[in-house]
Design a protein around this ligand. Structure first.
Ligand code: SF4
Ligand code: SF4
Length: 376
């Protein structure tokens, strides 16, 4: 009898210990601000991104079907928010991003034809006594160039693409120590017309602003004698970098979500070797919030966002990088909707309660145009 009691006691003790350990392990998993990675994780190739795969992956439903393939057919219906005016404005908003390709040059730009040649100056000395001031100066200058949010993270090679969309290997230069993450807030009136073609204007503007900001900031850093690699969506994953730079967290919709404007923020970044102080990551309880709130999943036009209560390591296709604990988005489904829509969609951005703190959730494109025209 005594032995039986002893065995039962030991079994109960082991069970309690195992439950406590399991609980502890579970607690350690975080979506953000710290990322939980498992052994499946490896740096991502942009060749596997949806915009890379659409050109080569025959297993995709939308293989070789491009975002604007259905535009003519959609415009023929002449629906509010889907007119030639809306489409032309959305496309035009990308102009600076798409045609000023020097904006993303890894080299210092040469002397432009219309001004005097520049002068080579010595490297600006950054030391422990002025590093705080230089860090603040970099942030102030970035904001002067048009950024709304700036954070600085330690360089983390985990987030650099192994290859670009054309399968060319990417090698970050030796000596890079920091990445400056930049956010520009997209216009709320425009985003809230999603999924109309009208809202595409806000995304395109964000991309064109990126080109202006990162190219100017990179030239500023080069002017101090340091290396600067200006990037938009290319070269590295902007979202985890922005998280590590303290701009926000990742939500159920897979986007960088800020406390003040939700995911209504476009991201870009500049890698550099200038010594800088790093920002703290932020945790405003987004993961817990997303566990209860599923508004983005409910609003998504093509069920691309997970309804799962808990985040996990689940992925849907090659376009989700493996081994990251989060709610992965079914980007194939998202892209298929973009094709049917004749352009991008921002519905999951608009409906998020964190966007609603400073922005609108829905505006009828007819009211949007009424307001814009009345202002003239
Ligand atoms: S962008 Fe639109 S289609 Fe894509 S996940 Fe968000 S709501 Fe869904
Ligand atoms: S809509 Fe809700 S669930 Fe989706 S990202 Fe925003 S807070 Fe999270």
């Amino acid at each position: 009898m005594k032995i039986l009691i002893k065995i039962t006691y030991r079994l109960i003790k082991d069970l309690i210990k195992m439950t406590a350990e399991k609980k502890k392990q579970k607690q350690k998993l975080t979506v953000t601000p710290e990322f939980t990675l498992n052994d499946d994780f490896e740096p991502f190739s942009e060749y596997d991104s949806i915009f890379g795969r659409v050109k080569w992956d025959k297993s995709m439903k939308a293989y070789k079907i491009f975002m604007y393939d259905k535009v003519a057919e959609i415009l023929d219906k002449n629906q509010v928010g889907y007119t030639q005016i809306d489409h032309a404005m959305a496309i035009a908003s990308w102009t600076v991003h798409d045609y000023f390709r020097n904006a993303f040059s890894w080299e210092k730009m040469g002397s432009p034809a219309n001004i005097m040649p520049g002068t080579e100056l010595k490297k600006y000395d950054v030391n422990k006594d002025n590093i705080d001031r230089i860090t603040k100066t970099i942030k102030a200058v970035t904001k002067s160039f048009g950024a709304d949010m700036v954070g600085i993270a330690e360089y983390n090679p985990n987030w650099v693409y192994t290859e670009d969309r054309a399968e060319t290997a990417i090698y970050m230069p030796e000596g890079i120590t920091a990445v400056i993450a930049i956010g520009t807030i997209m216009d709320s009136d425009t985003i809230s017309t999603s999924p109309s073609m009208t809202q595409g204007f806000a995304s395109g503007m964000g991309y064109s602003q990126m080109a202006f900001i990162v190219s100017s900031l990179a030239e500023f850093i080069r002017g101090l004698g340091y290396t600067a690699i200006p990037t938009g969506n290319d070269t590295a994953l902007s979202i985890p970098i922005a998280v590590e730079a303290g701009l926000g967290q990742v939500g159920r919709n897979g986007l960088l979500t800020t406390k003040e404007h939700g995911a209504r923020v476009r991201l870009c970044k500049v890698f550099t070797d200038i010594p800088l102080l790093f920002d703290e990551k932020v945790d405003f309880g987004l993961t817990d919030y997303c566990q209860r709130c599923k508004r983005c999943a409910e609003a998504c036009e093509n069920e691309a966002i997970s309804f799962d209560n808990e985040p996990s390591f689940k992925t849907y296709s090659k376009s989700n990088n493996k081994g990251i604990y989060r709610w992965a988005v079914n980007v194939d489904k998202c892209y298929e909707f973009w094709v049917d829509n004749g352009g991008e969609c921002s519905t999951c951005i608009a409906v998020c309660p964190f966007n609603a703190r400073s922005g609108k959730v829905f505006t009828d494109p007819a009211d949007y145009w009424k307001k814009r025209l009345a202002e003239q």
